[in-house]
Design a protein around this ligand. Structure first.
Ligand SMILES: [Zn+2]
Length: 340
């Protein structure tokens, strides 16, 4: 396997509309001031779906800056088409010197992240009428890319009455993971995990940033609401309220309000509780605190060090404070959510 690591400074310089201070990122992913996202779809995925994914990624890049080279691979429900996409993926890896053909053929059937697993999710949803969707940032840093895989985005595809807004949220969530990783300079797997922080923080950030940013982009017209579902799309407050109700339910039986695990039923608290925890931090320290203050520090100070420096307390102190917040009535909690 060839490691791709740009040592010469092509650091990502970018700015957003709220500030003129550029943020410098390390250059593991060859970050440039451009939209470096590429979308690859299986032949049974419609051009409309492909276009919707491209537009959402472009909106994410415009909002948060480029995180470097990013490949978004999307399968549909057709098995043959998924296998063809896997072929195209391998061809690209071999052409770029990332893998040998043999390594890639072994990799693409990987049970957890393989194209067929994602194809089966989409096919299963269409066959049963039960909506199911999965997308993931599946590594790629060893090739200098963010590698994504996704099952069929049901909302963009206009099936099962699923709102396209949900797919936009998913893509923003996933793109935020590339933002987190774009600030991490090491190739070392364990060190990368450490700098991502506990699961509640890594996933909570992606949840909060996607929920809040999508609301902002819809209100500004930078992301188009598609209104393709018969059910009205809930507001930020409604979406976050359902998450909090779920959190209150789950915390009765789960050992931690903010778990550091992807395992078991309590993992959902890392997403929904974590999402609220990050929204609360953003309320206290500013909506761009993660992008402008926290992440630029993480490579140098480590996760806990960056946390202390940015938020003025240890993560343990914050978690205790958040317990108190979680005990407030919902009507008080929703007041911390930004309005657009
Ligand atoms: Zn995530």
């Amino acid at each position: 396997m060839i490691l791709f690591f740009t040592l010469i400074a092509t650091s990502g310089l970018w700015q957003d509309d709220e500030s003129t201070t550029p943020v410098v990122r390390p250059s593991l992913f060859d970050i440039r001031q451009a939209n470096q996202t590429e979308v690859f779809v299986a032949s049974d995925v419609s051009p409309e779906v492909e276009q919707a994914i491209r537009k959402t990624l472009a909106a994410a890049v415009e909002t948060w800056g480029s995180t470097g080279r990013l490949e978004y691979w999307v399968v549909g429900a057709d098995r043959e088409a998924a296998l063809q996409l896997a072929e195209a993926f391998c061809q690209r890896r071999v052409e770029r010197g990332d893998m040998t053909k043999r390594e890639c053929l072994a990799d693409r059937f990987n049970k957890d992240h393989g194209f067929l697993m994602y194809q089966e999710i989409g096919a299963g949803a269409l066959a049963t009428g039960k909506p199911s969707m999965s997308a993931g940032h599946n590594g790629g840093s060893e090739w200098g890319i963010h590698r994504y895989s996704s099952s069929l985005p049901l909302g963009f595809a206009g099936v099962l009455d699923i709102a396209a807004e949900g797919d936009q949220l998913t893509i923003l969530h996933e793109y935020w993971h590339s933002v987190q990783m774009s600030f991490i300079q090491t190739e070392h797997h364990q060190k990368r995990q450490d700098q991502m922080g506990p699961v509640w923080f890594a996933e909570g950030s992606a949840v909060a940033m996607a929920e809040i940013t999508s609301e902002k982009l819809w209100s500004q017209g930078k992301l188009r609401k598609q209104k393709n579902s018969p059910r009205p799309w809930p507001s930020l407050e409604q979406r976050m309220s359902s998450k909090m109700k779920f959190v209150q339910q789950r915390r009765k039986t789960c050992p931690a309000l903010l778990p550091d695990t992807y395992e078991g039923e309590c993992r959902e608290l890392a997403y929904d509780g974590g999402g609220w925890a990050i929204a609360y931090l953003m309320h206290k320290h500013g909506q761009d605190v993660l992008l402008k203050s926290f992440h630029p520090r993480v490579a140098e100070l480590g996760w806990e060090g960056a946390f202390k420096e940015t938020f003025g307390q240890t993560s343990a102190e914050f978690m205790a404070e958040f317990e108190t917040f979680a005990n407030l009535p919902l009507s008080e909690q929703v007041k911390i959510l930004p309005k657009f």
